[in-house]
Write a protein that binds this ligand. Structure first.
Ligand SMILES: [Zn+2]
Length: 76
């Protein structure tokens, strides 16, 4: 089993956060993050970004839903 280097890990971080990696790849990413401060830092930044993206899309969905609801109510 070959270990990930920094490039491998950073290339996979986004998929890792999106839960799109195979278990074996997830383990390799985690193993590398454990021992590499630089990638750990990058991972923390990426994870914040992906949280912002996912929370803002929920917000967008919510406001779309409430707009739709008020439009439906005004038509009744
Ligand atoms: Zn690294």
């Amino acid at each position: 089993m070959s270990e990930y280097n920094c490039n491998d890990t950073l290339g996979k971080v986004f998929d890792f956060l999106g839960h799109e990696l195979e278990e074996a790849d997830r383990t390799k990413v985690l193993d590398h993050l454990e021992g590499c401060q630089a990638c750990k830092k990058e991972y923390a930044i990426e994870s914040k970004i992906s949280k912002i993206i996912s929370s803002s899309s929920i917000e967008a969905q919510t406001s779309f839903a409430s707009k739709l609801q008020s439009r439906i109510q005004s038509e009744i």
